[in-house]
Ligand binder design. Structure first.
Ligand code: 87F
Length: 505
């Protein structure tokens, strides 16, 4: 396999660490990059692989992905989406069909050129996205208005051979996503769906991953060039002062319908072009969650996406009967599981309770239950929260109810804390000097803007540097007042809207 830019390399090599002792070598506030790598590896979500930008997703990551998938699949089913699977490969001819669409992306496309030792007749691309794979068949399947809407979704992997600094989940050369592709008879139906899907993306971030996001519209420069307009949910990482696009929902208009001849016989008997959307969220969402909630002890998982919500740990004491303690732990796990709580116990004999506490803290399990002889004697158990370390001794009879309540509280607390931290970074500015000061101060900038492409280009050029240039993240749907006479922070022309600006991932 080679790539448009000449194959191989890119990114620095990560040393493979042996799992010797527990604990984190880096602190989130001191060295965020190393801290992040350490969290995803030590929590057993990620294993580094010998191809730069490719990572092994271990069960601790895949189970989170499955929980998100379960929610999203159920929701899009309500919107009448159907599951499909299209091939991984695409011919050069088909890939190039929509020239404008592929142009800027061409260097990232990976190609298969050989089978065994012999060259293929023609190179075959690995899908970076599936518009050109799917739309020839949309053209075939859509004949009359009765074939509309066509709503297709696939869960799959895609490959984009990026050259900028790879980061597990956040920027990898192969990643998992769902891609939704739909076709409608009218623009109104397409517009409505764009927002329905965007709302589901907001819920994934806010209600499941406990990460606050802003819904908004991308600038002309940042939108998907092949489409009509792009909406997104945008998150923000306070430690690095960077915005991160969480998911996108595009209205493609009729551009692809034109290129791929996707038309239908309308009710007047003549042919019309369809209106199309496409939308996706990816495994990047897991990385945003890790960055948002993780701390110096490792991963912190919101209960709704935690593969394990409660870990029960027996705390044996000298000659006290260990079997009785382990049995009590088992009974506790059974009671929790019966109530629909994801729980397990750690009975490994070659590790001390203290080691287990650190281990499960590193993995971010929301609640730990400790049961020792004293707890047995008092018919109680000790519960410890991962998010704030709070401890409480709870009577055994109340345990399940208490755990349910605590899981809700942890979920809520993680979101509220993350929102407070994000909001503390929000800076409303009016002038160029204020903009630069806020940028250097790692703020999430909300600025009045004239909405001209030339001005965004100019801002990019004027802020170019080692850390990357500033750009628009989105124009939030929720707009503050824009008093008459407000001027653009960058051009001095009349401002048309408030937009989020910043460096981004
Ligand atoms: C990289 C290589 C080739 C992004 C690429 O956002 C093509 C592309 O088309 C490419 N990187 N894109 C844009 C993808 C647009 C759109 N596709 C369906 C989405 C949502 C899901």
């Amino acid at each position: 396999m080679s790539s448009g830019k000449g194959g191989g390399g890119g990114g620095k090599k990560k040393e493979v660490k042996k799992e010797t002792k527990l604990g984190m070598a880096y602190k989130k506030d001191d060295n965020f990059g190393e801290w992040y790598s350490e969290v995803v590896v030590n929590s057993e979500m990620i294993e580094y692989y010998d191809i730069s930008g490719c990572y092994i997703l271990r069960p601790w990551a895949m189970e989170i992905w499955e929980l998100l998938k379960e929610f999203f699949d159920a929701e899009i089913k309500k919107l009448k989406l159907k599951p499909y699977y299209f091939p991984l490969f695409v011919t050069e001819n088909v890939l190039q069909k929509e020239k404008d669409h592929i142009e800027g992306f061409a260097p990232e496309v990976a190609w298969v050129t050989k089978s065994g030792k012999s060259d293929l007749e023609a190179p075959i691309a690995i899908r970076p996205t599936s518009e050109t794979v799917m739309y020839p068949y949309f053209s075939k399947w859509i004949r009359s208005h009765r074939d509309l809407p066509l709503r297709c979704n696939q869960w799959c992997n895609v490959v984009r051979w990026e050259f900028s600094n790879p980061t597990p989940f956040i920027r990898s050369r192969e990643f998992l996503w769902q891609e939704g592709h739909t076709a409608f008879a009218s623009k109104e139906e397409a517009d409505e769906e764009v927002l329905q899907i965007l709302e589901l993306y907001r819920r994934i971030y806010e209600e499941f991953l406990a990460v606050p996001v802003s819904k908004g519209r991308k600038s002309e420069m940042e939108k998907f060039a092949g489409g009509l307009y792009t909406t997104s949910v945008e998150a923000f990482i306070p430690n690095t002062g960077r915005g991160v696009q969480g998911a996108t929902s595009h209205c493609l208009g009729q551009n692809f319908a034109k290129m791929f001849d996707i038309t239908f016989e309308n009710d007047k008997g003549s042919r019309s072009m369809v209106w199309q959307n496409s939308w996706a969220y990816t495994t990047r969402s897991i990385g945003v969650m890790v960055m948002t909630h993780g701390d110096d002890k490792g991963l912190v998982l919101p209960p709704r996406v935690a593969p394990l919500q409660v870990i029960v740990i027996p705390v044996p004491y000298k000659d006290v009967d260990t079997t009785a303690i382990v049995n009590e732990c088992k009974k506790t796990v059974e009671a929790l599981e019966k109530a629909g709580i994801r729980a397990d116990l750690d009975t490994r004999e070659n590790y001390s309770p203290g080691w287990k506490y650190s281990h499960w803290e590193m993995k971010g399990v929301p609640l730990r239950i400790e049961i020792g002889p004293k707890d047995m004697a008092n018919n109680q158990a000790r519960i410890v929260r991962r998010d704030n370390g709070a401890k409480a001794d709870i009577p055994t009879v109340d345990l399940v109810q208490k755990v349910n309540g605590l899981l809700d509280e942890v979920q809520k607390n993680l979101f509220e804390t993350a929102k407070q931290k994000r909001d503390a970074c929000l800076k409303i500015i009016n002038t160029w000097d204020e903009f630069i000061a806020a940028l250097n101060d790692k703020k999430l900038i909300l600025a009045p803007w004239c909405d001209e492409e030339e001005v965004e280009k100019d801002v990019k050029a004027r802020t170019k540097g080692d850390l990357g240039a500033a750009k628009t993240l989105c124009t939030p749907f929720e707009q503050p007042d824009l008093p008459e006479g407000t001027t653009c922070f960058a051009s001095g022309k009349p401002a048309k809207k408030w937009s989020f600006w910043g460096r981004s991932y």
